[in-house]
Structure formats: C-alpha cells, structure tokens
Ligand binder design. Structure first.
Ligand code: ZN
Length: 273
C-alpha cells in the first residue's frame, strides 16, 4: 500500500515538472524590430499574375526573443548602412529599392541589448534583406540549415558573415532551448534551406514567424509561389506544413513582409509576453 502511495506521489510530482519549468524559465519577451522596407517595382514578381507592372511596398521585420537560457535574434534585415542612404539601395537588377528608417544596432541599444548578449542569430534564409546584418554579431552562433549555407556559399554574391562567425548547420527542425518554446521548422522552397520559427509565448500564445515561406496574406490564401523560389513543390509542401502547425497548435501566422499585418504589430521598445 505504502509503495503504491509513494509511486502515485512520484507520478504526481513528475506531472507538475513541466509547469514548474515553464514558470521558472522559458521565454520572457519577444520584440518586433523594424528591419527596413522593400519597394518592389512589380508585385507579380512575388504574386504571379497579380498587379503586373504595379509597385508594392513591403515590410521587413526582425524579432528578438529573450529566453531564460539565452537571447535569439530571428533574421537581421536590410544592412544598417542603408539607413544612411537617402535614396535607399537598389538591388535585384533594379527590381527592388531597399530603405531603412532606423538601424538594427540602434533599436537593440534602445532596449539595452548589446551584440555580445545575443546567443543565437537564426536566419530564415540568406536573401539580402534577411542576412544584411549578421556580421554585427561576430560572437553569436548562426543557426542555419546546412542546405541553405551550402547553397548561399555557392552563389556569386555570398552573404556578408563575420570572419570568425560560428555556425550551427541544421538538418531539419530544432528545439533551440530544449523546452519547446522556440522551435525552428524546416520550410524549404523559397530557398533550398529556408526555415520558419514557432514561438510559444507565456501570455500571447503561439506565433509562427513565416520568414519568406510566404510574402503576403493574399499569397497565403491563394497558395501563390513567387517565380524566384528555388522549388515550387517544396514551397507548396512547406505552406501545407505551416497550415497544419497553425491548426494543430492554434498558432497565429505573422507574415514578415505583409505590410498591413506588420503595421498592426507593437514594435520595440514595446514587446510581447
Ligand atoms: Zn527571400
């Protein structure tokens, strides 16, 4: 009888462990940072058959997550140097003009975060408006899919990483802090090693940060695949994967480049808990 009681007590204690761990650690805050704007000459580059020849402006966000076990920066946006360019920076053979109202460095300083405080810089993929400032964090470990790293390093224009940059090359999903609160999801297709981020906030709940798995809400609803994506099949499969995660986890989808949605978010120094 006594043994049964002790066993039951142990089971009860074990059942409460995850809750205790959640109360003592986990994510503390998520900040949304303004990482620039892209002005596209022709929306149909991202939305085939839609608004051909018409310009579109879209948001570019970075996200800083404070966790009891470290700090993670998700994407780094358009290079900070662009903030000093009055006419912005023209890229993609003239198809896009990038602008930055405020540097990433200044926004981090405003919330009291030094580059050396950042444990991980995780990048959704290696396009210039996502990896523009990785070199600002030479002591952080970059979390990137091996497939993305290999692909990017074979391009004529390589991402500007710091000379001493540390990389952790992933092959699929990764539970970053080991408690299920920050999970990298492999979502290839836009690029070969594209990834998205699932974040579980104590008060706000679950948020899935898209990266460029999809660019705009309308493209999400119509499952449109931009012409520059490296694989149409993988893109569609990744969108289905995201849809399944959203439904199962009751998560919100934050689409990085969707300007109307981004305009609704609270930016740093405000934050989400
Ligand atoms: Zn991209």
């Amino acid at each position: 009888m006594k043994t049964v009681f002790v066993a039951m007590l142990l089971l009860a204690m074990m059942a409460t462990l995850p809750t205790m761990a959640g109360a003592q650690g986990g994510i503390e805050r998520l900040y949304v940072l303004d990482c620039g704007v892209n002005q596209g000459k022709d929306q149909s580059r991202w939305s085939p058959g839609v608004n051909e020849g018409k310009p579109i402006e879209f948001s570019d966000a970075c996200y800083l997550i404070r966790h009891a076990k470290g700090v993670l920066l998700w994407d780094t946006g358009i290079p900070d140097a662009v903030a000093a360019m009055p006419d912005g920076m023209v890229v993609a053979n003239g198809a896009i003009t990038q602008r930055r109202a405020k540097t990433l460095a200044a926004q981090l300083a405003e919330i009291g975060v030094k580059p050396a405080d950042i444990t991980y810089v995780a990048v959704s993929h290696t396009h210039g408006d996502h990896v523009g400032n990785v070199a600002l964090f030479p002591s952080s470990t970059v979390l990137i899919q091996a497939a993305e790293y290999d692909w990017a390093m074979a391009q004529p224009t390589k991402p500007a990483f710091a000379a001493a940059q540390k990389f952790e090359k992933l092959a699929g999903d990764r539970d970053v802090f080991g408690d299920g609160s920050v999970t990298i999801l492999s979502t290839p297709g836009h690029t070969p090693g594209h990834q998205s981020l699932l974040v579980r906030l104590p008060k706000t709940g679950l948020i899935l940060l898209s990266g460029d798995a999809v660019h705009f809400r309308d493209n999400w609803e119509h499952r449109r695949v931009p012409s520059m994506n490296t694989s149409r099949e993988q893109t569609l499969a990744s969108m289905e994967r995201i849809a399944t995660v959203l439904e199962k986890k009751k998560a919100q989808l934050w689409i990085n480049h969707d300007k109307p949605q981004s305009a609704q978010l609270r930016y740093a120094p405000a934050y989400y808990e």
